[in-house]
Structure formats: C-alpha cells, structure tokens
Ligand binder design. Structure first.
Ligand code: IYR
Length: 228
C-alpha cells in the first residue's frame, strides 16, 4: 500500500487516534518540548561508543511517519555501521570537501562558514557509530514496472529528515547534518539506483567526552515569525 486504501465506494476512512490536553497542559507540553529541542546542537565531535541498531530503527520509524506528497513517502534511509563502508564514505566525502574548500567555494561562502570552524577533514564519518544516508526517491515503480510520479519529493524528505533529527535528539543522541557536494558517491558506495538522489548524510552517535560546539545563536521569535 502506498498512498492509501480505496474500496469500490472510494477512499477508506478510520477514526483519528488523537490525544488532546487541557489548555494549561498544552502550554506546558509546548514549553517543555521547546526547551528540549533548543538543547539540540549539531555536533562534529563524536565518541565511538556503540549505539544499538534498535535505537536507530525507532528513530527511522519516526521519520517514516512524516507527511508526504500524496502520501507517497518518497524517502529511503540507508543506516550504515559497517566500518569499511564508513571508511569509503569518508574517503568520498573528503575528496569532495577538499575540492570545495580549496577550489569551488566562493569567498563569501567560506566567510559564512568561518564561525563553524569546519574544514575538509571529516574523521567523524568513521568515528560515529552510524551514518544515515538519506535519499530522495525521485519516482516510484509499480509492480508492473510503470513509473509513479512523486509530488513534493524533496520537501517531503526534508520533513522526514527533520523528524529523524528530533527523534535522535529525543533518544539522547547527537547528530550532524552533513552535505558534501556532490554526493553521488553515496549511490555508488551504497548501491542505490539512479532513481534515488542523495539528500544528506546524518551522522549519529554519542558526543565525545568534552565535546564542544560553536558559540552561535538562534534568531528570536520576533525575527523568525510574524503574527497578523
Ligand atoms: N559541506 C562542507 C561545508 C559546509 C557547508 C555548509 I552550508 C555548512 O552549514 C557547513 C559546512 C562541510 O561539511 O564542511
């Protein structure tokens, strides 16, 4: 089943499984969630401490609950823990990153990145226990081989990835959204078809002891929202 169930009489509906709360509880829950999510930081300094596969599975199931265009769920996650594959991914990524930092990146881009202290070395791609390669399935295929168009595929995968990031944080793990560009080396290393385009690499694990993060801020609510 992809989009949803249909009967001869049309779409099939089921009762909504919804938990409501009283007003005070809603306000408290929203504040608690905001406080928890505001502690999420992009981490580049990972421990090699193992993370059980079941934890990653639960986070990916959360990602798979995201809304998507026509409910076609145009995502594929490859969760990599194999050290040899991680090494190959590191080699592929660092090759692109060297190109980026030494040739391709315009000065303004390097200037914008300066506060993050990043460079072409990506040791975390081997240190962290899990790399989740997120792919956009640009089209689907029916059992008869006919292609199925995916609507809002990139937007949908962005939403799913956001949920995975939140789930990983909620589980007590750190993550890094990593986007070496171009990322087609991921299709080659992970054996994914041309119908799938790499969206990002999510590095997941425990932070290293004493891990530090750049001292950068977030925009205020007034900066990011308007009520009218
Ligand atoms: N992909 C490079 C550069 C980079 C680009 C952006 I936009 C960032 O927010 C961070 C880094 C790298 O990972 O170093």
């Amino acid at each position: 089943m992809a989009a949803g169930r249909e009967s001869t009489e049309g779409p099939v509906f089921v009762p909504l499984d919804f938990r409501g709360f009283d007003a005070a509880e809603m306000q408290q829950r929203a504040a608690d969630f905001q406080a928890e999510m505001s502690r999420r930081r992009t981490v580049r300094d990972f421990s090699d401490r193992p993370v059980p596969r079941e934890l990653i599975e639960a986070c990916l199931r959360t990602g798979g609950s995201a809304p998507s265009g026509a409910n076609l769920q145009p995502w594929h996650f490859v969760a990599v823990s194999n050290p040899d594959l991680k090494r190959q991914i590191r080699i592929g990524a660092e090759e692109e990153e060297r190109e980026f930092y030494e040739q391709r990146a315009p000065p303004e881009w390097l200037e914008a990145l300066a506060p993050l202290g990043t460079d072409a070395n990506k040791p975390f791609l081997e240190t962290a226990p899990w790399l989740i390669a997120v792919f956009v399935r640009r089209w689907g295929e029916r059992p008869d081989g006919k292609k199925v168009k995916h609507y809002y595929a990139v937007e949908s995968v962005g939403l799913a990835t956001g949920l995975v990031i939140a789930a990983v944080h909620h589980a007590g793990l750190a993550s890094l959204t990593h986007t070496p560009s171009p990322m087609n080396f991921l299709n080659r290393i992970l054996g994914r078809p041309d119908s799938e385009r790499p969206f990002l690499l999510l590095v997941v694990g425990h932070p290293a002891d004493g891990a530090q993060v750049p001292d950068i801020g977030r925009l205020s609510l007034e900066d990011i929202a308007t009520f009218s």
